[in-house]
Design a protein around this ligand. Structure first.
Ligand SMILES: [Zn+2]
Length: 96
């Protein structure tokens, strides 16, 4: 997702330079390139935010998985999962 934003930003700058040269006027060239550079920086910023959110979401998913492993126990006899606070397996009665 963020790769599309980065690519769009780069294409945006290239198009701005070509369009600016095509226009022929130095003033319009500078304005076009400046405006498109600002837009590109915004796109890069949004791309960075999305990358950071992906990192945070992955981190939170790992924390959740770790917590689930703490509260869930696997029975050695029937291999079913149950709450770690139980003294015996609710499915087969095996005492761990
Ligand atoms: Zn069991």
């Amino acid at each position: 997702m963020s790769l599309i934003l980065y690519l769009t930003g780069v294409i945006n700058i290239i198009v701005a330079i070509i369009y600016g040269i095509y226009k022929g006027s130095i003033g319009e060239f500078i304005i076009t390139v400046f405006v498109c550079t600002v837009i590109t920086f915004l796109l890069f910023g949004i791309g960075n935010i999305i990358d950071n959110q992906d990192t945070i979401i992955n981190y939170l998913i790992h924390i959740k998985e770790d917590n689930i492993n703490d509260v869930v126990k696997k029975c050695s006899r029937c291999n079913k999962k149950y709450e770690a606070i139980r003294k015996s397996c609710p499915y087969c009665g095996y005492v761990d």
